[in-house]
Design a binder for this molecule. Structure first.
Ligand SMILES: C[S@@+](CC[C@H](N)C(=O)[O-])C[C@H]1O[C@@H](n2cnc3c(N)ncnc32)[C@H](O)[C@@H]1O
Length: 429
C-alpha cells in the first residue's frame, strides 16, 4: 500500500508543462538528430522543425510531454537563413505532410546539416571529437528519387502520408520525392479497407504494389510491367543493377530506396574493405547479397564470402544472385549474440573482413563486441542511423577497435536521413 502511494506521488515523466499551442519567438540554434534544430525558451529546450540554425522564428508548440523539452514548428520566419528556399513540395510545411524534414533547405546545406548531425552523434555517443565527415551528393537531384515507399491509407481508403508524430493521414495526389510511376500507382486511386500500401519500381520499370492490412500484414501484391500488361502469375521479383552486376530482389523486399545509393555504397564498402585474393569476408544483414556479391570476385575462389540474412525470401534471392560465385555462401539465421557465436564456431577460421549493414536499431553492444573479438583486420559498417552507428562505434572502441574513417551519403534528400559507411580497425593498426 505504502509503495503504491509512493509510486502515485512520483512526477510522471511523460508530463510537460502545458505549453502545447503556445506561441513565442526564438533564435534557432544548432541542428539535432531527427530533422529539427535546438532552441531555448524560459530555460527549456525546444526542438524546432521547419527552421534553420541562426534563424529568428515564431514557433508554435506542437507537443509537450516532458519536463525538460518540448517540440514546436516554426510557423513564421522573422529572420531567414540564407540557406532557406521555397519548398518544392506543395504538401510539406508546418502541420502538413510529415514525410520530409528539409524541403525548406537548399540541398547543399541539407548535406552540411546531415554531416553536422553525424559528427555530433559520434561526439556525444562515441566520445569522438570532430570526426571529419562529408555527406556526399548522389546523382539525380533532390526530387523523384524514391524507388520504394510505404504510403498510409485513411479510413475512407484515400492514400497519403502521416503528419509528423501523428497517426493522421494527409491525403496526397503526388509525392514529389517519389519516382512518378510509384507515386501514381498508389496515389491516383483509392484503397478501401487497406491500412497502407508498399510500392517499388525496379530498374526495368516494373511497379510492384503490396496492400497491407491495418496491422501491417501484406494481404496482396501485384506487378505491372511497362506496357501495362500483368503477368499471368503475379510474381513480385524486382530487377536491380548495382556494382556492375544484376540483382534480383523481392518486389518490396529491402533494397536501397535511392537509385544511385547501392552503387555508391558498394564503391565505399569495397574501398574501405580493400579485400585481397584469398581473404574471407563475412557479410552480415546481407539482404539480397549486395556487398558479399560485390566483394566475392576480388577474394576469388581461394577466398570465401559468407552472407548472413534472417529473412528466408531475401536468402532465396541472395542464393540466386550469387549462383555464379561458388565461393560465396548464403546462411539463413539471426545475427544476434547467440547466432553469431554459433556462426563463428561453425566457420572455424575468423574472417579477415566483416561487413555489416544492420537495420535502423544497429547491431547492438553484444554483436559489436563479438565481432571485435574476431580480430578482423577491417570492419566496414553501413548505417542508416548515425545514433545507432555511434553507439556501436563506442562498443567496438571498448573492445579494441577505432573508427578510422567515415563517409556519408545523401541517399534520402529532403529528409533528415543519411546513410554512412564507417571503417573500424584494430586500435593498434
Ligand atoms: C539495411 S538491410 C541491408 C541489406 C543489404 N546489405 C543491402 O544493402 O541490400 C538489413 C537486412 O538485415 C536483415 N536483418 C534484420 N535483422 C536481422 C538479424 N537479426 N539477423 C540477420 N539479418 C537481419 C533484414 O532482413 C535486411 O535484409
Amino acid at each position: 500500500m505504502a509503495d503504491r502511494r509512493r509510486a502515485a506521488a512520483r512526477p510522471r515523466r511523460d508530463r510537460g508543462l502545458g505549453w502545447e499551442g503556445r506561441e513565442f519567438e526564438v533564435t534557432v540554434g544548432p541542428v539535432a538528430h531527427g530533422g529539427h534544430c535546438v532552441a531555448r525558451h524560459e530555460g527549456r529546450v525546444v526542438f524546432v522543425r521547419h527552421s534553420l540554425p541562426g534563424e529568428r522564428v515564431l514557433v508554435r508548440v506542437t507537443e509537450d510531454r516532458h519536463p525538460g523539452f518540448c517540440r514546436a514548428d516554426a510557423v513564421e520566419v522573422l529572420e531567414a537563413s540564407p540557406a532557406r528556399v521555397e519548398r518544392p513540395c506543395p504538401y510539406s510545411g508546418p502541420g502538413r505532410c510529415g514525410g520530409c524534414d528539409w524541403q525548406h533547405v537548399d540541398p547543399a546545406e541539407q548535406r552540411r546539416l546531415k554531416a553536422a548531425v553525424v559528427r555530433e552523434q559520434l561526439g556525444r555517443l562515441a566520445g569522438l571529437d570532430d570526426v571529419a565527415v562529408v555527406v556526399e551528393e548522389l546523382p539525380g537531384g533532390p526530387l523523384r528519387w524514391r524507388l520504394r515507399a510505404r504510403f498510409a491509407v485513411d479510413r475512407t481508403g484515400a492514400p497519403g502520408l502521416r503528419r509528423h508524430r501523428s497517426h493522421d493521414v494527409v491525403v496526397l495526389d503526388d509525392c514529389p520525392i517519389t519516382v512518378e510511376p510509384a507515386a501514381q500507382a498508389v496515389l491516383s486511386r483509392s484503397w478501401p479497407g487497406a491500412g497502407a500500401v508498399d510500392v517499388s519500381v525496379d530498374s526495368a520499370g516494373a511497379v510492384t504494389t503490396s496492400r497491407l492490412d491495418r496491422s501491417g500484414r501484406p494481404t496482396s501484391s501485384r506487378v505491372v510491367r511497362p506496357g501495362g500488361e500483368l503477368p499471368e502469375e503475379p510474381v513480385t521479383r524486382a530487377e536491380r543493377r548495382a556494382g556492375g552486376r544484376d540483382w534480383e530482389v523481392e518486389g518490396t523486399g529491402f533494397w536501397q530506396v535511392h537509385p544511385a545509393a547501392a552503387d555508391a555504397l558498394v564503391e565505399a564498402v569495397a574501398g574501405f574493405a580493400a579485400v585481397r585474393p584469398g581473404e574471407s569476408v563475412l557479410d552480415l544483414y546481407a539482404g539480397a547479397g549486395l556487398f558479399g556479391g560485390a566483394l566475392a570476385p576480388t577474394v576469388g575462389e581461394t577466398g570465401r564470402v559468407v552472407c548472413v540474412e534472417s529473412d528466408p525470401a531475401a536468402c532465396a534471392t541472395a542464393d540466386a544472385n550469387l549462383a555464379d560465385l561458388p565461393h560465396a555462401e548464403v546462411w539463413q539465421g539471426d545475427v544476434d549474440a547467440e547466432g553469431l557465436r554459433e556462426l563463428l564456431e561453425e566457420l572455424g577460421t575468423p574472417p579477415d573482413v566483416v561487413v555489416l549493414d544492420p537495420p535502423r536499431a544497429g547491431a547492438g553492444q553484444a554483436v559489436s563486441r563479438l565481432l571485435a573479438g574476431t580480430g578482423a583486420r577491417a570492419v566496414v559498417y553501413v548505417a542508416c542511423d548515425p545514433a545507432a552507428l555511434a553507439r556501436d562505434v563506442a562498443a567496438f572502441a571498448d573492445a579494441g577497435y577505432r573508427l578510422a574513417a567515415v563517409r556519408g551519403f545523401d541517399a534520402f534528400p529532403m529528409t533528415a536521413h543519411v546513410e554512412c559507411v564507417a571503417l573500424l580497425v584494430p586500435s593498434g593498426a
